[in-house]
Design a protein around this ligand. Structure first.
Ligand SMILES: [Zn+2]
Length: 372
């Protein structure tokens, strides 16, 4: 739940940040700006999914960020990619959605990972006429960061393995290496570029285990119940069920590491992320921005969660006097408080700082420049 709340906070903050960039009362005239494409992280969805109309993944409680930007004259949309698919599949799906084409995962990739080469057919392009005259800005949350970095790499350099495995006439433009220069900027929000340890068996807590079990069930329902696939599709079109491929193995392929490397969980782990990073290079014609939290603490689920270090004015006054070396009695006299009141403030301050005594608090306050 903490992680969920954190995700919501990050997205609401992103929505707020975008709204702050636009002057109040701005007219809805068309802006002279390249289109903005949002890409969700793990479990996320896009504007092709019915879920996005009910609860937009980019904006959530604050309303759809893309729609807000549209109302202000900006061209923006939210891409639909597999919520638990691996980076490669997601990058191919993102390309297909932006261009309005059928997903081509590549002949070499499909053969290596035993799924169909072609997937969903995106009838409507997210960005019509995307090309060197009409570039895009990519903005991604969490695991979407790996998706857009890989897309940028494929646009610029394509894939030598796919070129070798596919006749020229059948090759997807994405693997040709001739799409460089089509992306202006890449912005990631809370993206685990170096992977996360949160999903390791010894680290994750009960809540994450339950969430994982829930996802396992939903992925199976995606295959079995058309309504679920319509509401919240897992983009399993390339993974047909037959005598060799069971519902269970599809669910395992999406969620579990032991069933190969072609899924989000592998790419999200530290080793998988390192492998991906080794294959990616920074594109010189793209502006890269990465927004990250600057402090975490251990959460109830066993993972790390954002640690807001906000203090009240009174707490700040107590902190200043504490750092000047005053005793609790001295602080109380200076601020006109009772000693018990100072003790209460200090307890809350220690809790926020994750320390147990005043000396530790002073060291940490100075380390974090909290008095500046
Ligand atoms: Zn794949």
């Amino acid at each position: 739940m903490k992680r969920f709340k954190r995700a919501i906070s990050v997205l609401v903050a992103a929505a707020t940040a975008f709204s702050l960039l636009i002057p109040a009362g701005a007219q809805a005239q068309k802006r002279d700006c390249y289109p903005i494409v949002f890409v969700a992280g793990i479990g996320g969805y896009g504007e092709s999914e019915a879920m996005n109309k009910i609860f937009p993944v980019w904006g959530m409680m604050a309303g759809s960020v893309a729609k807000y930007l549209n109302s202000q004259g900006y061209e923006a949309g939210t891409a639909s990619v597999g919520p638990f698919s691996g980076s490669w599949d997601r990058a191919c799906e993102l390309y297909a959605h932006i261009t309005g084409s059928r997903v081509d995962y590549g002949a070499a990739h499909a053969a290596e990972h035993s799924h169909a080469r072609y997937g969903l057919d995106y009838a409507k392009p997210l960005v019509p006429d995307w090309g060197t005259q009409r570039k895009i800005h990519l903005v991604a949350h969490s695991f979407g960061g790996a998706t857009i970095r890989l897309l940028a790499q494929l646009c610029a350099e394509g894939s030598a393995a796919e070129r070798a495995a596919t006749p020229k006439a059948e090759l997807s433009p994405l693997f040709s290496g001739k799409l460089g220069g089509n992306i202006v900027s890449i912005t990631t929000v809370a993206a685990p570029h170096n992977g996360t340890t949160a999903l390791l068996p010894g680290v994750k807590g009960v809540v994450l285990n339950l969430v994982e079990f829930g996802l396992y069930c939903v992925s199976a329902l995606n295959v079995l119940v058309p309504f679920v696939a319509m509401l919240y599709p897992f983009h399993l079109d390339a993974r047909q069920i037959n005598e060799h491929v069971t519902v269970l193995s599809v669910a395992q392929g999406i969620i579990r590491t032991e069933a190969g490397t072609d899924h989000a969980r592998y790419d999200l782990a530290v080793d998988g992320a390192a492998e991906l990073n080794e294959s990616l290079s920074i594109q010189k014609d793209i502006y890269y921005f990465s927004w990250a939290g600057n402090k975490t603490r251990k959460g109830l689920t066993g993972g790390r969660v954002a640690k807001p270090l906000a203090f009240t004015e009174q707490q700040k006054a107590v902190i200043r006097l504490l750092c000047e070396g005053l005793s609790q009695q001295g602080i109380a006299e200076k601020l006109g408080l009772k000693v018990t009141g100072v003790k209460s403030h200090l307890q809350l301050i220690y809790k926020k700082l994750d320390v147990s005594v005043g000396v530790e608090a002073v060291i940490k306050i100075k380390e974090l420049n909290l008095l500046d």
